[in-house]
Design a protein around this ligand. Sequence first.
Ligand code: PMP
Length: 407
Amino acid sequence: QHGLDVARVRADFPILLQEVRGRPLVYLDSAASAQKPQAVIDALVRFYTHDNANVHRGVHLLSERATEAFEDAREKVRRFLKARESKEIVFVRGTTEAINLVAQTFGRKHVGPGDEVLITGLEHHANIVPWQLLCEQQGATLKSVPVNEHGELVLEALDGLLTPRTRILALTHVSNALGTVVPVKELIRRAHAKGVPVLVDGAQAVTHFPVDVQDLDCDFYAFSGHKLFGPMGIGVLYGKKELLEAMPPYQGGGDMILSVTLEKTVYNRIPYRFEAGTPDVAGAVGLGAAIDYLEALGLEAIAAHDRELLAYAEEVLGAVPGIRILGRAQERSGVVSFVMQDIHPHDIGTILDREGVAIRTGHHCAQPLMKCFGVAATARASLALYNTRADVDALVRGLHKVREVFA
Ligand code: PMP
């Protein structure tokens, strides 16, 4: 197996070659949104320069080419997730829309008064609020698997929380706030043993290691293109064919129908039933290019790089005086979340920015999780395939500056 040649990888990302505030950019915020390789930027330009037209409608050549490009991208996503069939891949705007789609179609069909929806204490707001909305609409109850002091799910609590009223379990694969890798395969097995279907939020997982939806046996899997080095505005919902086929539509409009009369509309087959209106064709093409790029580098090589760099980051950050790293789950991926004694995370972020180091500070859209750690916010450095030990070293130098300022 070949290692990742990070110097060559960095050269593929033009945005990284700039200075910010008079310093070389050190981008440690890929969990919020990842940068794009030239191959993705080129694919977008190529699409708009040569192939742009609406899809699935026209008889003309450009429309044919756009449709082909769109469906090629769907096939790339199928291969990437190791789904059985490309019709199990629905293009959406992102993870948020994917989860709302499932809540408002599958959820409204199967969740009734007195039923329960189970999530976990690790969830991003995108995997909390859509279920709260559903529970309010349907008179159902939202329950949550607790988190321990290491930032791991308390698995012993799971069987008690999976009741005969549980209609779906929705959980993250990797926590965006702590980096906890959730043993989703085991949780899916246990939920299925009680007949409960499972949605996995893969927004922070697909960027760091290979995912096989058939091996996981999840019922739904969601991710965002922009975190996977693809464009913003495109994302993916994977759903098992039998489930998608039995689901009512989400939004109504063009492309999701077979025929419309004022009395009755016959809905299109999957995945088109869930893709009302003109889709983000260029976005899908760009996402396909991102997947090609990652697969050419090797998903295992990327995973090995990310693991090694995270271990390094945790080691050197842990040695900064006054720092506390949150989340010590047995398996972690992609992010280091930390607080510093008597210094607000926002101040950490602002001082680092002056040094050219970009990190995220705040509650990371995971306020329930922050509460359980007794903090309102953290500073979060997130790592990607183009990050190096030198980036981490720059972060540490910046944190020493922070300490000087507040000494
Ligand atoms: N889930 C997780 C775990 C995330 O990290 C994010 C993005 N921060 C989302 C969901 C939402 O993704 P998007 O904003 O792209 O829809």
